[in-house]
Design a protein around this ligand. Structure first.
Ligand code: B1M
Length: 224
């Protein structure tokens, strides 16, 4: 098995590290932490480790949850494994950019606790040279509004993973528009599409975290 497949498998099985007691049948075997470290030592491409290892593992977890094979605790264990892997990649994704290109205020919308994709977008934007203010999860429309007011000229980023919380995203965009704020808005997350982004009046959408940097540059009129 190649290292990327091993990382993917460890995410699917929720194996965080070699010391973890979970899953019991993998006792003593490396987890995401050791495997990602090994991939970095082998100078593997970071975006491949991210996409073909970690993110691809989470896709399998989603499918297993949809089909009833996995339950909430399984998803949680996999999320922990994914986060452990992300924390190792984090400094490599952030890069060493010193000069800030602009400010992005980002959060997962009200009612939604999913933060892995949002965190990824935040880290990649920081790596791309932006100052990122992360409001966390379950962010109300009012909180997006007050932050947009506090940081004029910032781009507002919203993430939603649930069909139900797409409506919170709509409400947040509507509130900013109603109050006449000129901040540009970028949206994303598994349930968001370009059509939905257009429908609610967002300025940009991407399903690929890596595309957030050129998109935000475009919104701020910065040449790529
Ligand atoms: Co949940 N969950 N979950 N979950 N979960 C999904 C989203 C689901 C699709 C699973 C499924 O049924 N197949 C489903 C939603 C169905 C729907 O509404 N259409 C679901 C459900 C139902 C639920 C609960 C309701 C389950 C329950 O309680 N019965 C519950 C809801 C809790 C809540 O939020 N109120 C719940 C809970 C959880 C956990 C807590 C266990 C855990 C989250 C842990 C955490 O985030 N800290 C979890 C997980 C892990 C998932 C899956 C398996 C993985 C999500 C993930 O992290 N993906 C997910 C299935 C799936 O998506 N395949 C699922 C990896 C991540 C990198 O991708 O976030 O899409 P993603 O981000 C991408 C892009 O979308 C984009 O960039 C990223 C990478 O390129 N992107 C942006 C994201 N945000 C962006 C913002 C941008 C731009 C791009 O600009 C600002």
């Amino acid at each position: 098995m190649g290292i990327l497949t091993e990382i993917k498998d460890a995410v699917v099985r929720g194996r965080v590290d070699i010391k973890s007691p979970y899953p019991p049948e993998m006792a003593g075997k490396p987890g995401v932490v050791e495997l990602v470290e090994q991939a970095l030592e082998e100078k593997m491409d970071i975006s491949m480790v991210l996409k073909e290892g970690l993110v691809s593992g989470m896709e399998v977890v989603g499918d297993k949850f949809s089909s009833g094979e996995y339950f909430l605790p399984d998803m949680l264990m996999s999320a922990q494994a994914m986060k452990a892997g992300m924390s190792i990649l984090d400094p490599h994704l952030r890069g060493k950019s010193i000069q800030k290109l602009g400010k992005v205020v980002i959060g997962t919308v009200k009612g939604d606790m999913h933060d892995i994709g949002k965190n990824l977008v935040a880290v990649i934007l920081e790596g791309g040279g932006f100052e990122v203010i992360d409001l966390g999860i379950d962010v109300s429309a009012e909180a997006f509004l007050s932050n947009a007011e506090e940081h004029p000229g910032s781009v507002i980023g919203m993430s939603a993973l649930l069909t139900t919380t797409r409506e919170s995203m709509r409400a947040s965009v509507e509130l900013l528009r109603e109050k006449g704020l000129s901040n540009k808005i970028i949206v994303g997350g598994a349930v968001v599409t370009q059509a939905f982004a257009d429908e609610i009046g967002a300025d940009a959408f991407t399903k690929d975290a890596a595309k957030a940097v050129p998109l935000v540059k475009g919104l701020l009129g910065i040449a790529s």
